[in-house]
Write a protein that binds this ligand. Structure first.
Ligand code: SAM
Length: 712
């Protein structure tokens, strides 16, 4: 489900900008990173402040830290998707991608033929060799012709969702959180969603085709950024995922049904990746060098604390919460944690998390810091702060005694990752466990009979604040009931198994013909139905069936490729066809969609499997190295086609060992060809010795200017 229907392209952050004719001849806008080249990578206050806080142990380390802060950030990516397919892709990456990498980097550095090409580096702390770092920056990859195949690979596999280009340190919080398929997970500040995607992947890590009983709820206060979140997570096609829009510091208390009884909804895992000043991202966002000042951190401390506090309230006793920022500042990190830990009177504890990240290098959390005003006056205690500064520097920002910092609050268990430790961005992360109900949580509530007892703690209502329900109005979420006639038709045609729950299907229109049918898990449906009025829900469900009325076919819907992985286990064997590898390659390589391959041109085995399969939408399955690939197909009277978009086609062909050359676009070559065509036209004009102004419309042949000149 993408942007709402009523959202105009102007409002939609993903709409491609139309170039009008006037713009065509104009200079392209300056590249976003171009002005960065002239940015002075220095900020005296930044250096003075962090030296004072002793985030590095000595001058030598400080020099390494600053040197890395000024270097471009290397590209990192993760391999995603189901375990089996991810392993298959990893194998290919280690062979073909690395081979191309060495060839391309050598060509790029042909001036220094003896220079050693650093191999891609596996991020050892990431499980199963699924995360890699290239000693190249994004700019290197985008701007160097020898690397165009690598760039194409990264773009196509990212678009089809089988790799995720994500900063190394940003991969850490979801790893530390340790999400399992049965967990109820809340991501409080989720957009644009790279960590949410990881949380969803962990939820589905069980594989085996079963739908996890847990779910991920991802929230962001910014309505536009919520659509980024939808976009970023769409490729994961999770039925156990929903996006909400609201202020996390006043996130509503919700309900869900447990064993037939409506209960308060508490989460097993909460991620608070809070808004921050972002100075850990200086290597990526060089403009921060100019803007950095201390007021940002002091201003954010309060909001960070309120979001963390609400997260802790929504956490189940025994549950875990990760607090993280891409800031190095203790005011946004240790101080926020200490502020809440002090109030929680032992109900919350920072726990060790480094064992989830073997070999990761980091500094332990600070146990002492000194808040400072914008002019870099440092204060040891709140009593020292002058009246004029007391609205900026608050008591909650000051550290505990050095003993309490370690023995009582365990601030040393926090991780601060500094750029020079393994050539990454800067980051801060801490894992908290909720040992008991928080002191201000009401003790009352639900017994086994659903009646209130005085034993189980429930959460208090969130702090009262103006309701934050801005942004676009969403289309309704209309769930099927048992009598839904569309379901009868789907059920008959696709022979859905008895355990398929029709009430988990939904549409986004109350009246008129249903066009797309979405699928979600039972717990997501339950939460939406119980809480729709409490929270603004932006998105849920995976498109699984699409209306496509065709003569002589009993069902007016075909399968949608997005939803296939979820509904496939429920589809009957008569709508599933096993095809041979070479046939699937032929189907995927078909260039003319109006002329799909004839069934008679396929292998005898595939033809045999197609016998008795009625025409219409079906699932095509194929074995590659013991891994079953599945795609949506359409069986016609004489032909067979695969319904796969371009990037998925590329991904599948890659796994099948098919030919990808027709997809290998060299943008540098294309640009040269377009420029040459333009030169040719200009030369022709000069030879004819007429200026464009001399030629009237009647003189010009309609095809006189090659189309490609438009590109230039
Ligand atoms: C550091 S970014 C989150 C990055 C994200 N976790 C990821 O990995 O892609 C912080 C986000 O918090 C959101 N935000 C700011 N204030 C918020 C609030 N009061 N409640 C919820 N989200 C908030 C911002 O819109 C922003 O998207």
């Amino acid at each position: 489900m993408g942007k709402p229907k009523h959202m105009t392209n102007k409002q939609n952050p993903f709409a491609k900008k139309k170039r009008n004719n006037k713009e065509k001849g104009a200079e392209p806008p300056a590249r976003r990173d171009k002005p960065y080249e002239s940015i002075v990578l220095e900020n005296e206050s930044f250096e003075a402040y962090y030296k004072h806080q002793q985030i590095c142990k000595d001058e030598t380390e400080w020099a390494q830290f600053m040197a890395h802060m000024r270097r471009n950030l290397p590209v990192t990516f993760r391999i995603t998707g189901s375990k089996a397919q991810a392993m298959l892709l990893l194998k290919l990456i280690k062979q073909d991608f690395f081979e191309e990498y060495f060839r391309a980097v050598k060509e790029l550095r042909k001036e220094e033929p003896d220079a050693l090409v650093e191999p891609p580096r596996c991020l050892e702390w990431y499980p199963r060799e699924m995360a890699w770092q290239l000693e190249l920056s994004r700019k290197d990859i985008r701007r160097s012709e020898p690397l165009f195949k690598l760039h194409n690979f990264l773009i196509s596999e990212t678009s089809s969702g089988y790799i995720s280009r994500q900063e190394a340190v940003s991969m850490i919080p979801p790893l530390v959180l340790g999400v399992q398929p049965h967990h109820k997970v809340l991501d409080m500040c989720a957009a644009p969603g790279s960590k949410t995607a990881q949380l969803i992947e962990s939820l589905h890590a069980g594989d085996g085709g079963t739908i996890p009983s847990g779910f991920v709820m991802a929230n962001d206060v910014d309505n536009n950024r919520c659509y980024m979140l939808v976009h970023q997570t769409k490729r994961l096609n999770s039925p156990c995922f929903l996006v909400t829009n609201g202020d996390s510091s006043t996130f509503p208390s919700m309900q869900y049904t447990k064993d037939g009884v409506v209960c308060p909804l508490k989460f097993d895992r909460v991620l608070c990746d809070v808004p921050c000043s972002g100075d850990g991202t200086l290597r990526k966002n060089a403009d921060i060098w100019n803007k950095w000042n201390l007021a940002q951190a002091s201003n954010l401390h309060g909001l960070q604390y309120r979001i963390l506090k609400r997260g802790a309230e929504l956490l189940e006793v025994g549950g875990k919460l990760v607090y993280s920022t891409c800031s190095l500042n203790p005011i946004e990190n240790e101080a926020v944690l200490h502020h809440l830990l002090k109030e929680s009177e032992g109900a919350l504890e920072i726990v060790e998390c480094s064992d989830a990240l073997p070999t990761l290098k980091y500094s332990t959390g600070l146990t002492y810091w000194e808040p400072a005003s914008k002019d870099l006056t440092f204060y040891k205690t709140f009593d020292e702060v002058p009246e004029s500064q007391r609205t900026v520097l608050r008591p909650g920002m000051f550290p505990p005694s050095k003993e309490d910092a370690v023995d009582k609050y365990h601030l040393n268990r926090c991780l601060r990752i500094l750029p020079h430790q393994q050539n990454t961005g800067g980051f801060f992360v801490a894992l908290l466990e909720k040992k008991n109900a928080l002191p201000w949580e009401t003790v009352a509530a639900v017994g086994t009979d659903g009646q209130e007892s005085s034993e189980t703690p429930i959460v208090e209502p969130p702090p009262k604040k103006a309701k934050y329900m801005r942004g676009f109005k969403e289309d309704p979420f209309v769930f099927f009931d048992e009598k839904e006639e569309v379901f009868d038709s789907l059920n008959k045609f696709f022979q859905l198994s008895a355990d398929f729950e029709p009430r988990n299907l939904l549409t986004r229109c109350r009246v008129g013909k249903k066009k797309n049918v979405y699928f979600c898990s039972s717990i997501v449906r339950d939460i939406v139905q119980l809480n729709e009025k409490r929270v603004k829900i932006i998105n849920l469900g995976v498109k699984s069936f699409v209306r496509c009325a065709t003569r002589n076919i009993e069902c007016d819907f075909r399968l949608a490729s997005e939803g296939l992985a979820n509904v496939n286990p429920f589809i009957g064997s008569q709508r599933r066809v096993m095809v041979q590898k070479q046939d699937l390659i032929a189907l995927l390589s078909c260039t003319d969609p109006t002329r799909p391959p004839e069934i008679s041109s396929l292998t005898a085995d595939t033809q045999k499997n197609l016998q008795g399969v009625a025409s219409g939408s079906c699932v095509l399955e194929c074995m590659v190295d013991d891994v079953k690939l599945a795609t949506v197909g359409w069986k016609g009277a004489m032909s067979l086609r695969a319904y796969v978009d371009q990037y998925d086609t590329m991904h599948m062909l890659r796994l099948l060992g098919g030919d990808l050359t027709k997809f290998e676009k060299n943008k540098f070559q294309d640009k040269r060809t377009a420029e040459e065509a333009l030169d040719e036209v200009e030369k022709q004009d000069e030879d004819d010795d007429v200026t464009v102004d001399d030629v009237t419309a009647d003189d010009v042949e309609p095809t006189a200017v090659p189309e490609s000149s438009e590109v230039a």
